[in-house]
Design a protein around this ligand. Sequence first.
Ligand SMILES: NC(=O)c1ccc[n+]([C@@H]2O[C@H](COP(=O)([O-])OP(=O)(O)OC[C@H]3O[C@@H](n4cnc5c(N)ncnc54)[C@H](O)[C@@H]3O)[C@@H](O)[C@H]2O)c1
Length: 441
Amino acid sequence: MRIAMVGAGYVGLVSGACFADFGHEVVCVDKDPAKIESLRAGHIPIFEPGLEETVAANVRAGRLSFSTDLAAAVPQADAVFIAVGTPSRRGDGFADLSHVYAAAREIAASLEGYTVVVTKSTVPVGTGDEVDRIIRETRPGAAFSVVSNPEFLREGAAIEDFKRPDRIVIGAEDQRGAELVAELYRPLYLNAAPVLTMGRRTAELTKYAANAFLALKVTFINEIADLCEQVGANVQEVARGIGLDKRIGGKFLHAGPGYGGSCFPKDTLALTKTAQNAGAPLRLVETVVAVNDQRKVAMARKVIAACGGSVRGRTIGVLGLTFKPNTDDMRDAPSLAIVAALQDAGARIRAFDPEGMENAASVLDGVDYTRDAYECAEGADALVLITEWDSFRALDLERLKAAMAGRIVVDLRNVYRPDEMSRRGFAYVSIGRPDTPAPIT
Ligand SMILES: NC(=O)c1ccc[n+]([C@@H]2O[C@H](COP(=O)([O-])OP(=O)(O)OC[C@H]3O[C@@H](n4cnc5c(N)ncnc54)[C@H](O)[C@@H]3O)[C@@H](O)[C@H]2O)c1
């Protein structure tokens, strides 16, 4: 089948490349000419494991191409996906749907023959109805269906998630549209990926409910970690103790500096706004949003406390800036709030991130970026581990210690063991664990 993917960002590019890999003919369209030029030249504008190879193989096979010309791509397509951004609207936190509606108008103008318009962007309940209305208004008489097909991939494991999803959600108001989208995914359900067909509004809400529930789980264990610190318990053992219960599950129970990234912060906020408007406020999710916001600043206070109450004039080395490992995405990364709060408190910041420094440099001022973790540690009074990249898991601790001016390590991801760190002479602070283990009596 022929697919036009409107928006060649994280989701559009990964989905487009994977659909091409299934054998479909895909054109990824973006309004950013620099992005399209770079993709045509074989450069992938984002860091995502496996993406470069998948894109290159499908371009070579003639199944994947890139264009800025939406009007040329749409008439050929059986399905047109909308995969544009839906950031938080400045001021009120609602999802900003201006890109989605602009894309809908452009698509409508070029429709030819029966076409399914699929929203893959995360959009509030009722957006599909509005896309339907816009197309009908722009092109009365056009033959089309509007289907919701939310995307659940994780950055850093996007290709794997797209090809081996836990489920595929298809929200449609008519059978023809639902069947066409299901057909696009047929290679996957031969692998037994469950396809859930439901109403369009239900599909739109399913995506937000999934993200809100995961954000809630992370926030729950973060608060349990704070309690562990007060009562001398170990959050990793609590997490394992509850996570092995199949009703709870062990995923998303790693205490840390608070969730960030391009989805959870904006989606939790947008869901609370939808719920307030609908007269059914989600108090739990509202609390999750507030607790998580406060947590990032609390992490900076934790670093300051570990440094004896002040960081004025001190040098802090930061390991990891992206919101999680295996991505270069800095959107809403906890490091942004932590670094800014430490700078406000008078600290000088050195930092290293394996993939995120270029993006970080455009949003974080006054930071000395370094070539690796050891250079980052040079002259540092304290080191703060914010993102758990694999390359930070087995650092040469003696080399690190020799480079540092001080001995303080604040590990916001619980990568290291408190007993080992104290044996090696570090003043080590982590999340929700006794810093020096109490002897078992
Ligand atoms: N990033 C993720 O991990 C993820 C996961 C699941 C769902 N989502 C959702 O998918 C959507 C896209 O997210 P993303 O991270 O890929 O965004 P992104 O910002 O990386 O990419 C969006 C792209 O759309 C392009 N664009 C905007 N308007 C356009 C138009 N009218 N025509 C053509 N191109 C246009 C932009 O230039 C940009 O390249 C969002 O709704 C997001 O919530 C994201």
